[in-house]
Design a protein around this ligand. Sequence first.
Ligand SMILES: [Zn+2]
Length: 124
Amino acid sequence: MTLLSAVLSLVNVKVRFGWSDKSFTSLLQVVHNLLPEENTLPKSYYQAKKILCLMGMEYQKIHACTNDCILYRHEFEEMSKCPRCGASWYKVKDDEDDNSDENSKKGPPAKVLWYLPIIPENIG
Ligand SMILES: [Zn+2]
């Protein structure tokens, strides 16, 4: 694995499970310690992001329907659930009733895809 693809996969997991930046940094520190001393893995989320930027990876997060029907862009940007299957954009926190204040109930997006420009060859 190249450094870039390693960082990308880790960041992807972070986003997918809605980890906080702080918990992700802790994970990176653990992984860093598991690897040989000369490894160049970032030790914090901040460093990880910096690596992606240095590589010209202007990555974008795109929220998607959990069932892969649509991406929440363009005409779907303002919607709170999938127009095709009705799945909620955000994971619904399962405490109390569903009909109270919508915004305070928003969990992490149900599904996040990463859009990346084509990865140039010979990286890493
Ligand atoms: Zn859907």
